[in-house]
Design a protein around this ligand. Structure first.
Ligand SMILES: C[S@@+](CC[C@H](N)C(=O)[O-])C[C@H]1O[C@@H](n2cnc3c(N)ncnc32)[C@H](O)[C@@H]1O
Length: 264
C-alpha cells in the first residue's frame, strides 16, 4: 500500500514539475526532445518486435524462474515456474519505452551497449535492431530466461547481442573489463537503491564523455527515487532527463549541469 502511495505522490510531483518544450533552453536537450522523445516515425523494425511480442504473449510454456532483483515481487507467492507469456506481461519493456530505446540508439549510434537485465530479450532486440553494427552485451541471472532470450535473438535474426548469464554482482566487472568503454548502459534489473548505486558507480569507472546511462523505473519505489537523486547530484553527471518511467544521464563536458523533467 505505501508503495502505491509513493508511486501516486511521485507521479503527481513529476506532472507538476515537468517542463514544456518552450522551456528547454539547452540545444542538446531540445534535440533529444524532438528527435528521440517525440519522433513519431513508424520504423519498420517496430513491426518485427511487435510480431515477436505477440507470439510470446501466446506461449504458455513454463520456465524455471530464478528469484532475482526487486521486481521478483511482480510474481506473487513462491512461483518457481512461470509461463513465458506472464513474464512478457510483467517484466518486459513496454512497446512505448522499447521504441524510445530504439530511437535513442538510432540518434546516438552507440557502438558498445551494456544492458543489465535481459529477461526474455525484448529490450535487447529494440537496441540490437536499431543499430546492427553495435555490439550489445546483456547480463541475466535467470538461466531459463536467458535461453528464451537467445531463441528470440535468433528469431529476430540478431547476431550482435551476446548474453552473459550470472549475477550482476559477479559478472558486471568482467563484462566492463572486456568491452571497450561503453557508449550506452541500460540499467534494468534489481531496482533497489543500494545495488542500483553500486552498478552506477562500477559503470562510472569505464565511461567516456559521450556515454549515456539509462535507468528504468526511477520512481518505482522510495529506494529508486533516492538512488535517482544521488545519481543526479553526482559531480561527474552533467545533464539528467527524467521522463518518469525512465531516467537518462549524460556526461558530455560541453553541457552545463542541469536536471530536466520532460513529459513522455
Ligand atoms: C525487468 S527485467 C528486464 C527486462 C528486459 N530488460 C526487457 O525489457 O525485456 C529484470 C531482469 O533482471 C534480472 N536480474 C535482477 N537482478 C539481477 C541480478 N542481481 N543479477 C542478474 N540478473 C538480475 C531478473 O532476473 C530479470 O530477468
Amino acid at each position: 500500500m505505501s508503495r502505491q502511495v509513493d508511486i501516486i505522490v511521485g507521479f503527481l510531483k513529476y506532472s507538476l514539475r515537468s517542463q514544456s518544450k518552450y522551456r528547454i533552453h539547452s540545444p542538446f536537450v531540445f534535440d533529444f526532445y524532438k528527435n528521440v522523445l517525440k519522433d513519431t516515425h513508424s520504423y519498420p523494425q517496430y513491426r518485427t518486435i511487435n510480431r515477436l511480442r505477440k507470439e510470446l504473449e501466446n506461449v504458455s510454456r513454463f520456465i524455471k524462474r530464478k528469484d532475482l532483483g526487486a521486481r521478483s515481487k511482480d510474481f506473487p507467492g513462491d512461483q518457481r515456474f512461470v509461463r513465458v507469456r506472464d513474464i512478457v506481461h510483467r517484466a518486459s519493456v513496454s512497446q512505448k519505452k522499447g521504441e524510445l530505446l530504439f530511437r535513442l540508439v538510432k540518434r546516438y549510434t552507440p557502438g558498445n551497449i551494456l544492458e543489465l537485465g535481459t529477461s526474455l530479450g525484448i529490450s535487447s532486440i529494440y537496441l540490437g535492431l536499431a543499430s546492427p553494427e553495435s555490439c550489445i552485451v546483456t547480463i541475466e541471472g535467470c538461466i531459463d530466461s536467458a535461453n528464451v532470450a537467445q531463441e528470440n535473438f535468433d528469431r529476430a535474426g540478431l547476431k550482435n547481442v551476446h548474453i552473459i548469464t550470472g549475477n550482476f554482482e559477479d559478472k558486471l566487472a568482467g563484462a566492463l573489463d572486456e568491452m571497450p568503454a561503453p557508449d550506452l548502459v541500460f540499467f534494468d534489473g534489481n531496482h533497489k537503491m543500494k545495488p542500483t548505486l553500486a552498478y552506477f558507480e562500477e559503470c562510472l569507472q569505464h565511461i567516456h564523455p559521450g556515454t549515456v546511462f539509462v535507468f528504468d523505473d526511477i520512481h518505482w519505489s522510495r529506494g529508486m527515487e533516492e538512488a535517482w537523486k544521488v545519481i543526479c547530484r553526482h559531480p561527474k553527471v552533467k545533464v539528467t532527463i527524467d521522463i518518469y518511467q525512465m531516467g537518462f544521464v549524460f556526461f558530455r563536458e560541453e553541457l552545463s549541469k542541469e536536471d530536466f523533467i520532460l513529459r513522455f
